[in-house]
Write a protein that binds this ligand. Structure first.
Ligand SMILES: C=C(O[C@@H]1C=C(C(=O)O)C=C[C@H]1O)C(=O)O
Length: 307
């Protein structure tokens, strides 16, 4: 049992009303300064195991279908964010390290992303396994505590698994030069804001692999347990790979790039092969980086699942 469990009345009433009616201390968990990490609603302390809560429909809402639906939704956001970034030239100065006033050393992109993540951390962004900051060191604590739902109730193994550095490296050094046209219009902060939108949704999509792995583990516990105990990465990779799904994903994202990225004109003679982002580049993004990194996350999560 945890050393103590915060017991307090969750007040649906506005706080200023509550304190006149209920003399007990009432803390709205959204703004509670208390750390709730000692009490995890999904952890069955009696049987020492995590129990993913049942969904309101009586079925467990953490299913492969429900997760895949989320991944499909994230495809839209990824394609839209790539289209937005492609509207600006590369602006390569934003990615080159240089000394800044105040002693900050790094690129303008690193400076702006660190500042943004610091603010978003205080707003509670990084309280779920799929939201992983690119600069996790010294982030300020959240003053908003998100209610934990079953999607965040993964075992602690989930927290230590992340591929943020890999995502940052491939995006800045390999993918962005393919996406943005050469050139410099001085809109460095705008370019970085657009880059961060791309990075955050790509990261979210890849780190969703933790949920995929959890569901696959629960669907074939025996087979995965044997491979985990043997630390057999190849068998784990074979167990979790679904080549048919991967092929459909790459086909669908290319199609979304043609549909979302077509030029809309009022005259009938629109050039139907002129897309805002090359559909084959979007498919390549998934084939060379997003899918392999998602599977790496799945394997790394599974290797820690029985810790
Ligand atoms: C995400 C899954 O796991 C693996 C990774 C996939 C991907 O990143 O698109 C697709 C199929 C699997 O090989 C899944 O099974 O849906």
């Amino acid at each position: 049992m945890p050393s103590f469990v915060h017991l307090y009345i969750l007040s649906p009433l506005p706080l200023f009303l509550t304190k006149h009616f209920i003399k007990l201390p009432t803390l709205n968990p959204l703004f509670s300064p208390l750390n709730l990490h000692n009490f995890h609603p999904n952890y069955n302390y009696l049987h020492s195991k995590f129990v993913i809560k049942m969904g309101s429909d009586g079925n467990d809402s953490l299913s492969l279908d429900s997760i895949r639906k989320t991944l499909i939704g994230l495809e839209d956001t990824i394609v839209y964010s790539l289209i937005e970034r492609s509207k600006l030239p590369l602006n390569s100065l934003a990615y080159q390290s240089s000394p800044f006033p105040g002693g900050f050393h790094g690129s303008l992109m690193e400076f702006l992303v660190k500042g943004t993540e610091s603010v978003q951390a205080q707003g509670g962004r990084y309280q779920s396994p799929e939201e992983v900051p690119f600069f996790p060191d010294n982030l300020p604590p959240p003053f908003v505590h998100r209610p934990v739902n079953c999607w965040q109730g993964l075992p602690p193994a989930a927290a230590s698994v992340n591929v943020s550095k890999n995502i940052w490296d491939f995006y800045v050094n390999q993918f962005l030069p393919l996406l943005a046209a050469k050139g410099d219009d001085g809109n460095y902060a705008l370019s970085v804001a657009s880059d961060l939108a791309c990075l955050q949704v790509i990261s979210r999509r890849i780190h969703f692999g933790k949920y995929v792995a959890e569901v696959k583990f629960r669907n074939e516990t025996e087979a995965y347990t044997a491979a985990i105990r043997a630390k057999d990465k190849n068998t784990l990779m074979n167990l979790l790979t679904d080549s048919k799904v991967e092929a459909m994903v790459m086909q669908r994202v290319a199609k979304k790039a043609t549909v979302f990225g077509q030029e809309v004109t009022l005259n009938a003679t629109s050039n139907s092969n002129n897309y805002k982002v090359d559909p084959s580049l979007v498919s390549r993004l998934y084939n060379e980086w997003v899918i392999p990194l998602t599977k790496d996350i799945e394997v790394e999560y599974l290797l820690r699942r029985l810790d």
